[in-house]
Write a protein that binds this ligand. Structure first.
Ligand SMILES: NC(=O)c1ccc[n+]([C@@H]2O[C@H](COP(=O)([O-])OP(=O)(O)OC[C@H]3O[C@@H](n4cnc5c(N)ncnc54)[C@H](OP(=O)(O)O)[C@@H]3O)[C@@H](O)[C@H]2O)c1
Length: 176
C-alpha cells in the first residue's frame, strides 16, 4: 500500500481560510480529480464539511472521514476514528490511499506517507488559518517539479511530486 498526501498551497504554505480554499484554480481541481479517482480518500471532518453538498461524497472514490465524534455520520462518508484504521482498512497491497486534508490530517499522516503531491500556487492569502506541513528536505526529495503555468484564473501554479529519500531517489526533472 502507498500512502500519498495531496494538497495545494499558496505562499507561506497557506491551504485554507474560514474552512474554504481561498483561490480557484480549475487546472488543479482537475489534477486532484485525476490523481484521486478510483482511490480511497481520507479527510478530516472539517474538510468534509467544507465540500459543497453537491460534491460529496466525491464520486468514484471511497470517502473516509476522520472524526473523534462517535455519533457523527453523513451520507456517503465512511467514518473512521483512528488514522491508522482510516489508512489501512480494506486496501490492497498495490493500492494507493490519498490523504486529502486538511491541515490537522496532513500533520498526523505525514509520518506514514510515501509520496506527496503538492501544487504550489503563487498567491498570498491574508488571514490564512490552515497550513500545509513543512517538507523536510532531509527526508523528502522532489522527483518531479513541473514548470510554472498560468491558470485560466490568472494565478501561476506548478505541480510537484516528492518521495521519501532513499538511495534510489532521483533528482527533480522539470517538465510541463
Ligand atoms: N488547499 C488544499 O489542498 C486543502 C485540502 C483540504 C483542506 N483544505 C482546507 O483545510 C482547512 C481544514 O483543515 P483543518 O485542519 O481545520 O481540519 P481537518 O484536518 O480537515 O479536520 C479536522 C477534524 O478532523 C478530525 N480529526 C483530526 N485528527 C483526528 C484523529 N487523529 N482522529 C480522529 N479524528 C481526527 C476532528 O474532527 P471532529 O472535530 O469531528 O472530532 C477535527 O476537528 C479548510 O480551510 C479546508 O478548505 C485545503
Amino acid at each position: 500500500m502507498t500512502v500519498a498526501l495531496i494538497w495545494a498551497q499558496g505562499n507561506d504554505r497557506a491551504i485554507g481560510r474560514d474552512n474554504t480554499i481561498p483561490w480557484r484554480v480549475p487546472e488543479d481541481a482537475r489534477h486532484f480529480r485525476d490523481l484521486t479517482r478510483g482511490h480511497r480518500v481520507v479527510m478530516g471532518r472539517a474538510t468534509w464539511d467544507s465540500l459543497p453538498e453537491r460534491f460529496r461524497p466525491l464520486p468514484d472514490r471511497v470517502n473516509v472521514v476522520l472524526t473523534t465524534d462517535r455519533t457523527w455520520s453523513s451520507t456517503g462518508a465512511v467514518v473512521a476514528h483512528d488514522l491508522r484504521d482510516a489508512l489501512d482498512t480494506d486496501v490492497g497491497p498495490d493500492d494507493t490511499v490519498m490523504v486529502m486534508g486538511g491541515s490537522q490530517i496532513y500533520d498526523a499522516a505525514l509520518a506514514f506517507a510515501d509520496m506527496l503531491h503538492v501544487t504550489e500556487i503563487d498567491v498570498d492569502v491574508d488571514g490564512a488559518d490552515a497550513h500545509a506541513p513543512e517538507i523536510d528536505p532531509e527526508r523528502w526529495v522532489a522527483t518531479h517539479a513541473g514548470v510554472w503555468q498560468v491558470s485560466s484564473s490568472g494565478l501561476r501554479f506548478r505541480f510537484l511530486e516528492y518521495r521519501l529519500r532513499s538511495d534510489g531517489s532521483t533528482p527533480a526533472s522539470t517538465t510541463s
